[in-house]
Design a protein around this ligand. Structure first.
Ligand SMILES: C[S@@+](CC[C@H](N)C(=O)[O-])C[C@H]1O[C@@H](n2cnc3c(N)ncnc32)[C@H](O)[C@@H]1O
Length: 216
């Protein structure tokens, strides 16, 4: 991945932040209104993604928004899992209006805890978790999508300010040497996976949690 390619993707970040897709609705419980019609994470997160993936990268995210537009514009082979078809329709309309080829974008409509286990477990280079924010949704997304990350693949978790997102999961990632922290802010963080295969394992496979010492 060259510096010029990354600069090109950073330019796309600027372009989309200046003209974001209007895809989201106001939150019915708290009455929070998405600024510019889209819930988003920090610019620094999009810039991080721009440095991590490009054309042909195998990417998956839970949730849809600016990030989905970016993955598509960058030419990633991208899967987006989102419960509401109208969000997907709005995003495809946004891309069409800007003559962006949405061919590499696959949207799976449904709740991630139902959709992810049913997907073919093809390898992934990068996973962005930013879908359901109630506990244990982020953890389930990590389990099903993170389990498809290749060795060296990157996990990005948004909304660290919500205990319902971080509970259990960030503590585990911090302890497990097979997840190497790449970046952390108060809003989002990223880890590189140093293992491969399913994340289903026995407690004896997790010595960093164990109260016992292994036999000599
Ligand atoms: C904060 S927005 C995502 C923002 C996006 N990552 C960005 O950077 O612009 C959260 C998204 O998660 C979706 N969502 C909510 N519950 C979900 C669930 N259970 N599974 C998957 N997506 C979900 C919402 O419909 C919304 O598209």
């Amino acid at each position: 991945m060259t510096a010029t390619e990354i600069e090109g993707r950073l330019a796309t970040v600027e372009q989309v932040l200046a003209d974001p897709p209007n895809v989201h609705f106001a939150d019915p419980v708290y009455g929070l209104v998405p600024p510019g019609g889209v819930w988003r994470t920090r610019r620094s997160c999009y810039e991080f993604l721009a440095a991590q993936c490009g054309a042909g990268s195998r990417t998956l995210e839970t949730g849809l928004g600016i990030s989905t537009a970016l993955f598509t514009m960058w030419g990633c082979v991208h899967t987006c899992v989102v419960p509401w078809r109208i969000e997907a329709d709005r995003l495809r309309g946004y891309l069409a209006e800007r003559q962006v080829d949405d061919g590499p974008l696959r949207v799976e409509v449904g709740y991630s805890h139902e959709v992810l286990p049913a997907l073919e477990p093809t390898p992934l280079d990068l996973v962005l978790i930013d879908g359901g924010h109630g506990f244990p949704m982020a953890m389930l997304d990590w389990f099903y999508a993170g389990g498809r990350l290749v060795t060296g693949g990157v996990l990005v978790l948004d909304d660290l300010h919500l205990p319902s997102v971080t509970a259990g999961l960030v503590d585990f990632l911090d302890r497990d040497p097979r997840w190497v922290e790449l970046h952390r802010t108060d809003k989002w963080a990223a880890w590189r996976r140093e293992s491969a295969g399913t994340l289903a394992e026995e407690w004896t496979d997790q010595p960093f949690f164990s109260p016992y010492r292994p036999r000599a």
